[in-house]
Write a protein that binds this ligand. Sequence first.
Ligand SMILES: NC(=O)c1ccc[n+]([C@@H]2O[C@H](COP(=O)([O-])OP(=O)(O)OC[C@H]3O[C@@H](n4cnc5c(N)ncnc54)[C@H](O)[C@@H]3O)[C@@H](O)[C@H]2O)c1
Ligand SMILES: O=C(O)C(=O)C[C@@H](O)[C@H](O)[C@H](O)COP(=O)(O)O
Ligand SMILES: [Zn+2]
Length: 381
Amino acid sequence: MVPSAVAERLADTQQAAFTTVPVDLGDRSYPIHIGSNLLQEGRKLADMITGSTALIVTNTTIAPLYLERCTEALKSAKPNLRVESVVLPDGEKHKSLEVLQQIYTRALELRLDRKTSFVALGGGVIGDMTGYAAASYQRGVNFVQVPTTVMATVDSSVGGKTGVNHPLGKNMIGAFYQPQGVLVDTSTLDTLPDRELASGLSEVIKYGLIHDTALFEWLEGNMQALLDRDEEALTYAIQQSCLNKARIVALDEREAGLRATLNLGHTFGHAIETWQGYGAWLHGEAVAVGTMMAAHMSVLQNWIEPSILDRTKKLLLQAKLPISPPPGMTPRDFMELMAVDKKAQDGGIRLILLKGPLGGCVITGDFSKEALQETLAEFCH
Ligand SMILES: NC(=O)c1ccc[n+]([C@@H]2O[C@H](COP(=O)([O-])OP(=O)(O)OC[C@H]3O[C@@H](n4cnc5c(N)ncnc54)[C@H](O)[C@@H]3O)[C@@H](O)[C@H]2O)c1
Ligand SMILES: O=C(O)C(=O)C[C@@H](O)[C@H](O)[C@H](O)COP(=O)(O)O
Ligand SMILES: [Zn+2]
């Protein structure tokens, strides 16, 4: 059974039912609309577009699936809108400054002005890149997120972290830049491969572990429904994740403190992604391993009951997510790569670790170095 959503439920008489989660950021506040077939309907998306031109940024996998639908939706809702597009190569290894250039080039070739809205149609890679392109093109144009992966609907489309990878570090070039709105059309998830679906669930488990006990317990009873793509379950997971993220972002937009808790497992996970040269594993897969390592370290320090680690492992395994680093990666690789992290301060790494009952965590540089070494030795084999 899915409990009733906390978010306000709205139902238009003629349009698809949807829920809206607000992101409260003063004059940069925006809505996250969540519902099935919202893209087809057009109006919700068109309402978020400012100016007379939209540039849809997508990739070679998503374009054949949803570019026409997105373009037609915008044109039918706003007949005078000029709609253009740019199609990037697919994959994490293309989340780079080199490929970002393709967005600027297309926008300049089309003579797009400062009133243009960029539309990110895709997963987290497209969302992060489009957001950064929007933040920097002519010093800033508006943008809208249309996430099409679980990862993007539950996490990356919300909160305004935008950017690209550097060969030496994940997401190292970027900006905080909020969208005008987020449109989650849950029907786009129908075409998402199982592996990508599971990857996104890794971040849903994260919200449960760091702040939301009820969500974690709900996942324990509903993981199979999510893997089976039960519409109600997926929508609930997306809504609850967006509520969690919107609350945290509203309190700490630029990661002065609280927001860093969203980085549970990411210092380890980003090290894995960088070590692989990006793309061999999906982001959520690397985060799954990182979450296990952070939970293991927390147990070693007696900060959490071992049962929390066991329950986390069970959920990750049920989702068929990895729980060990890729073969060949050594403790030394981890230590070198983890030093390149945006949470590092004065040369020391800081980690998000679990502490107290389920749902509790801390951001700290004050952890046992032996516990870290023991964890790396245990996981790298
Ligand atoms: N900005 C943030 O707050 C934030 C949060 C989490 C993750 N991220 C970033 O997001 C990225 C990962 O995002 P992701 O997991 O969505 O990966 P992704 O964007 O690479 O998408 C995964 C794959 O699914 C394909 N795809 C997307 N939508 C599809 C659909 N509906 N049907 C079929 N195929 C589809 C993509 O083309 C791609 O091949 C990473 O770069 C990560 O760092 C950012
Ligand atoms: O929104 C945030 O804040 C997060 O940390 C969400 C993470 O899931 C996401 O992977 C983010 O891109 C990581 O940010 P980074 O600052 O560690 O690069
Ligand atoms: Zn993440």
